[in-house]
Design a protein around this ligand. Structure first.
Ligand code: MN
Length: 307
């Protein structure tokens, strides 16, 4: 019987976002009880505290990117921190922070999978595809670009953080809950061949069938990474994010996603990003995130315990 080893890494920054506040995300998730919630299921949880890095200069875009040096600095240190935890056989949970941080976390996870011969599969829960580039994006906010960067489309400072370009291949990522994509981004996504289960699809076939397809092909060698942008959820239940989009999944649909992931027993790393406590109501979005994490861990940890 092995005890799952979980490491929590806080990354208090919003340098990739359009509005400030996500830098308070890690503390709000701790206040909502994330450490205890995971430990309850028999995991040994190590809270590594918060990484440190440059503050948010709140400047306009330069050559199509806002805060490039700061985004690079945060992602480099996150890459290193995730690498250390994976080397020790631990399951890292990244508390963001905005979604630009997925560049650092997923590039480290991809390196680890290449080294250990594991098959990386990423589930990207989001209202947005995050597949913008400097030419496509009007704002230059890098939290709208991590998927493009990970697939090798973006500035070298970001695409090369993990050493291998591209860090991941389009077939390794599946997106769920998407409902806000601009025209250029849509064309690019289709061209690249990323599998997108948008809200129209969820409406038509239901969340269970959607998740069955999103999880298809998972095997004992799979390293399953979940990147959970809290704007995936309907703003009625999750108001504490910077870029709300109406028409997201309900509480039960989101719980079903997490439970079906837990059933696979293959969850090996997790990002929880875009929580903005300045926009939240009485920490309800943080508490909802903790509820979801409980579902994500309850069952998968029980399965690991019987291995
Ligand atoms: Mn996102």
């Amino acid at each position: 019987m092995t005890t799952p080893l979980v490491s929590i890494i806080g990354v208090p920054t919003d340098v990739g976002a359009g509005r400030c506040g996500a830098r308070m995300g890690p503390e709000a998730l701790r206040v909502a009880g994330i450490v205890k919630a995971i430990a309850r299921f028999g995991a040994e949880v190590r809270d590594c505290g918060n990484l440190s890095g440059p503050s948010n200069p709140e400047l306009p875009a330069i050559n199509g990117f806002r805060h490039m040096p700061e985004v690079v600095a945060w992602n480099r240190s996150l890459h290193a921190a995730v690498h250390v935890e994976l080397e020790e056989g631990r399951l890292p949970i990244i508390l963001g922070g905005d979604h630009c941080l997925a560049i650092g976390s997923i590039s480290a996870i991809a390196c680890h999978c290449r080294k250990t011969g594991k098959k990386l599969q990423i589930l990207w829960f989001d209202a947005h595809a995050d597949f913008n580039t400097a030419t496509l994006t009007p704002s230059g906010n890098i939290h709208g670009m991590p998927v493009a960067c990970l697939c090798g489309h973006g500035p070298a400072e970001l695409t090369r953080i993990g050493g291998t370009v591209p860090a991941i291949l389009p077939h390794q990522i599946r997106q769920i809950g998407i409902r806000c994509v601009d025209a250029g981004e849509k064309r690019f996504l289709a061209e690249i061949g990323i599998e997108v289960f948008d809200m129209r699809y969820v409406d038509e076939v239901g969340m269970r069938a959607t998740m069955e397809q999103a999880l298809a092909g998972i095997c004992p060698e799979t390293h399953l990474h979940v990147s959970l942008d809290l704007d995936f959820l309907d703003p009625e239940i999750a108001p504490g994010v910077g870029t709300t989009v109406r028409g997201g999944p309900t509480y039960r649909e989101a719980q079903l996603c997490m439970e079906m992931i837990a059933d696979t027993g293959r969850l090996c790393s997790l990002d929880i990003v875009e929580l903005n406590p300045a926009l939240d109501r009485r920490n309800m979005t943080a508490e909802l995130a903790v509820d979801l994490v409980e579902s994500l861990f309850g069952k998968s940890i029980l399965m690991r315990m019987h291995q």
